[in-house]
Each structure stands twice: as structure tokens, then as C-alpha cells.
Design a protein around this ligand. Structure first.
Ligand code: B12
Ligand code: SF4
Ligand code: SF4
Length: 283
């Protein structure tokens, strides 16, 4: 006889989702800052994690705007499925909360732990989708700080549902997918990726504006920083760009994802050379 877990997984995969896993809500891998499912639903029993592969053509397209559009569609598919499945679970009397593949995020100007102002505003999701995916054996976190799955490497988007339904969890697994090839570190235009860590501030600034530098702490470095901004302003219209970003959520960078060679399903169609993608950060 089919269990509720089988029925939920079948519904999800039948909706066009590529991967699905279930984690025990009380045993999620702690992230930093901690993102427990119980903070969002104290009675949570399970976290359903879903992934949809990006179109690889969009990932390798010459202009990041083409990828952005694809990203919106993967998010839409994920969010629609999360909504559908949550309603299904609630019809069975299990409170369920979809966690979107996209915004909103918490925005922190000050460090909640110390109250001190951050050098750069930081954002954090209500649930860490990567950690939830690792918790249900979907993949591992690579040197690029992204979830790598055996099937698609880093080329998927994630979404989740927190639910009271006591579904059967999938075990966490060991993969060793990251080849430590350092391509992501070399490709990162902002220097956010280091061999031993990921620095969120330079990534955020490059991803948002295409600027390779953080606002300097030292007053003597400000003239150089202002010159850099003026160079950008000569070739870019930030007002019009801002409008487009508001409507279609344009990003400035996916290099750490593009260059990663992991992902069995893509081995025959991955291009041999991956030139830098055009974005606000490239000239
Ligand atoms: C906010 C966010 C961003 C922000 C901040 C990134 C960050 N790591 O915090 C920015 C805009 C910079 C960003 C960039 C990117 N992102 Co993003 N992002 C998110 C989002 C919404 C939340 C991330 C999060 O909170 N993670 C949980 C934290 C605990 O884990 P972490 O990311 O490892 O930790 C960092 C933060 O906590 C921060 N940090 C450290 N101390 C503190 C203290 C405080 C108070 C705060 C607030 C933050 C903070 O630094 C940590 C790393 O040191 C998730 C979706 C989600 N809900 O999970 C997508 C998500 C992680 N992003 C994704 C992607 C693809 C990207 C990009 C490639 C950009 C793009 N164009 O899409 C880059 C990749 C950068 C990288 N190599 O990690 C995908 C990853 C898919 C995958 N295969 O893994 C996700 C899962 C979206 C999705 N629906 O699929 N992202
Ligand atoms: S999104 Fe771009 S800037 Fe951020 S870590 Fe990846 S390659 Fe570096
Ligand atoms: S590009 Fe290489 S080092 Fe970076 S995550 Fe992928 S396999 Fe690991």
C-alpha cells in the first residue's frame, strides 16, 4: 500500500520537479546563523526539499540576463508545486508552510548577536535550503558554497515545505562530489571564494552592483573607490537597471556555479570552454 510519503513524492515528481527529499525537521543540519525549522513552526515534523535543474543553455548563455529569466521560471515551478503540495497536506490536517525558492529574506544592518553595525548589510533566508537538502541526502556543499548534487552539480534551484506531517525521512549521505579543482575560486570576480571559506560581503556587493570592491574602511582609499563608481556610471544607467532588477530580479554573477564541472546528467552537453558571462560587472 502507498504511504503518504510515497504519495507526496509522486505528486512532486509528477509536477515537473527533478529531485525530492525529506528531512526530519528536528534533525536539520544547523547553519550559521542557525535556521531551525521549529522557529518557523514549533510543531514541525518534516521538511520536504525540492530541486529543479536550471536550463544549462541559460547557465552558459553569454549574458546573465538570459539566466535570470530562467531562474525566475524555475522558482515559479518550485513555488507553485510547494503551494499545491502544502494545500494537499493541509487537507489531510497537517499544518504546512511553503518556503519560497526566492525572496523574501531577513535583512540585517546590525549583527543580531552583538548589536554592532555590519560593514555591509547581510541577508539570510528563513530556512537554509542548502542545509535542508544536505540533511535529506540530496547532495553536499562544495567549495563554491553551493549545493552539489550527483545529477546536476550546482545547477539547480531549491525550495522547501515545512510540515507537521510525520513523513519518512531520507538518510543523510556522503558523496565526495567536489573535485577541489578550484575553478570556482579562480572564476569568482569579487574574491569572495577562498580555498577555505566563502566571504558573503564581497559576493553580495558584486552580485548586487557588479562592484569588485567593498566601500573602504580607510578614508585614503575613498578617492579610488569613487573613481571606480564613476567608471561604472559612465557606461551604466543605475536607475533603469534598478527598475529592471525590480521587475525581473537580475543578478550580476553566477560564475561559481557556471564553471563547476560536477553533475553526471550534464556531462555530454557541458561546453568545453566557459567564457565569462556579460553582466553589470563586466565591461
Ligand atoms: C541570501 C541569499 C544570497 C545572498 C547572500 C548569500 C549568503 N550565503 O548568505 C547573495 C545575494 C549574496 C547570494 C548569492 C548567491 N546565491 Co543565494 N541565496 C540566498 C538565500 C535566499 C538565503 C541564503 C541563506 O540564508 N543561507 C543560510 C545561511 C545560514 O547559510 P550560508 O548561505 O552558507 O551562510 C552565509 C550567511 O549566513 C552569511 N552570514 C554569515 N554570518 C552572518 C550573520 C548574519 C546575522 C547574517 C544575516 C548572515 C551571515 O555568510 C554565510 C557564509 O559565511 C538562499 C535561499 C535559501 N532560503 O536558502 C539562496 C541560495 C543559497 N542562493 C543560490 C544561488 C544560486 C546563489 C548565487 C549563485 C547567485 C545567483 N545569481 O543566484 C550566489 C552564490 C554565492 C555563493 N557562492 O554562495 C541558491 C543555491 C542553489 C545551490 N545549488 O546551492 C539558493 C539556495 C537559492 C535557491 N532557491 O536555490 N545568495
Ligand atoms: S556569485 Fe559571483 S561573486 Fe559571489 S561567490 Fe559566486 S562567483 Fe563569487
Ligand atoms: S568548481 Fe571545482 S572546487 Fe569548485 S565546487 Fe566545483 S568541483 Fe569543487
Amino acid at each position: 500500500m502507498k504511504t503518504t510519503t510515497d504519495m507526496i513524492k509522486e505528486t512532486i515528481l509528477g509536477s515537473g520537479i527533478d529531485l525530492v527529499g525529506i528531512a526530519n525537521a528536528r534533525e536539520l543540519i544547523p547553519a550559521y546563523p542557525p535556521r531551525p525549522a521549529s522557529a518557523l513552526m514549533p510543531s514541525a515534523q518534516s521538511v520536504i526539499v525540492m530541486a529543479v535543474a536550471h536550463s544549462l543553455g541559460a547557465v552558459y548563455s553569454p549574458d546573465i540576463m538570459l539566466w535570470t529569466r530562467n531562474k525566475m521560471q524555475t522558482s515559479r515551478l518550485l513555488d507553485e508545486t510547494a503551494e499545491k503540495v502544502s494545500r494537499l497536506l493541509e487537507q489531510k490536517d497537517f499544518l504546512s508552510l511553503p518556503i519560497s525558492a526566492d525572496k523574501p529574506v531577513e535583512i540585517h544592518k546590525n549583527d543580531p548577536a552583538t548589536g554592532k553595525k555590519f560593514r555591509q548589510t547581510r541577508t539570510v533566508g528563513f530556512l537554509s535550503l542548502k542545509h535542508a537538502a544536505v540533511s535529506c541526502g540530496m547532495g553536499e556543499i562544495g567549495k563554491n558554497n553551493l549545493l552539489l548534487t550527483p545529477e546536476f552539480g550546482p545547477h539547480q534551484r531549491l525550495c522547501a515545505i515545512i510540515t507537521q506531517a510525520p513523513l519518512a525521512p531520507d538518510p543523510q549521505r556522503e558523496f565526495h562530489l567536489c573535485k577541489d579543482c578550484r575553478r570556482c575560486i579562480e572564476a569568482c570576480p569579487s574574491g569572495a571564494l577562498k580555498p577555505d571559506r566563502y566571504d558573503v560581503d564581497p559576493c553580495f556587493v558584486y552580485w548586487t552592483f557588479g562592484f569588485k570592491r567593498l566601500p573602504p574602511l580607510n578614508i585614503r582609499e575613498w578617492p579610488g573607490y569613487i573613481r571606480m563608481i564613476r567608471r561604472h556610471m559612465k557606461r551604466r544607467d543605475f536607475l533603469v537597471e534598478g527598475g529592471q532588477t525590480y521587475i525581473t530580479d537580475v543578478d550580476n554573477c553566477i560564475e561559481c556555479m557556471r564553471v563547476c564541472p560536477v553533475g553526471e546528467k550534464w556531462k555530454n552537453i557541458r561546453p568545453p570552454k566557459i567564457p565569462l558571462q556579460k553582466s553589470g560587472g563586466t565591461g
